[in-house]
Write a protein that binds this ligand. Sequence first.
Ligand SMILES: Cc1cc2nc3c(=O)[nH]c(=O)nc-3n(C[C@H](O)[C@H](O)[C@H](O)COP(=O)(O)OP(=O)(O)OC[C@H]3O[C@@H](n4cnc5c(N)ncnc54)[C@H](O)[C@@H]3O)c2cc1C
Length: 211
Amino acid sequence: MFSTNFAHLMATGKKYDVIIIGSGLGGLLCANFLAMRGMSVCLLEKNKQFGGNLQTFSRDKRLFDTGVHYIGGLEKGQTLYQIFRYAGLMEQLKLERMDERFDRILLEGDDNVYSHAQGYTAFQQNLIQDFPEEKHGIIAYCQKIREVCRSFPLYSLRLQSQTKEIYKGNNENAASVIASFTPNKKLQAVLAGNNLLYAEMAIPHLSMFMH
Ligand SMILES: Cc1cc2nc3c(=O)[nH]c(=O)nc-3n(C[C@H](O)[C@H](O)[C@H](O)COP(=O)(O)OP(=O)(O)OC[C@H]3O[C@@H](n4cnc5c(N)ncnc54)[C@H](O)[C@@H]3O)c2cc1C
């Protein structure tokens, strides 16, 4: 059952195995998984429309994404692929692969267009091309990103019992971590370039796992 009306829900007097509050992607998927396991689930949403950050809105006939602009982890075996496949969504999604250079970073007072490329190798090579003198820092930075992703459950799906190392650096600050790999301010800005996607203007406070 999906309800945006708590009073209506109470009036029915019905009992559920699980009540989930919030119908964003997280709530929707949890409800789906539990229902697949035979549980009765009630999903509560405070807004008129369900979907949370998956929604769009329009201004002057232009369509904007509320949150999700693009998604990663959809290669076979990767995290979102596994989750969406388990939910029976993979076959229904009409996905379009983005350009290899999926993000373009423009810096004030600089005519160059910097980019983030898909996959570790391309990402690394692409940045080394733009900042050859920072090669070692870029390689070390990519190793750090790999380490964070490997040890952080969100980016490396496995059973909790199989989780040997859990990411301990939750409080690590992204800006200081980036600065520890390169003193080059322009490269620092390029590496932090897509943090704005997460509405994260206060980049100095952004944590490393979020980055
Ligand atoms: C600006 C922005 C850009 C982003 N860009 C991307 C991107 O490009 N790619 C990507 O993969 N991810 C992106 N994300 C992240 C992505 O949107 C979220 O990870 C994902 O949508 C979170 O889903 P969720 O279910 O946890 O929360 P939400 O989608 O936030 O859903 C929470 C729901 O709970 C409801 N709720 C809250 N409190 C209550 C209550 N008390 N009672 C009832 N209902 C309640 C809310 O109304 C909402 O519908 C972006 C996020 C933002 C903010």
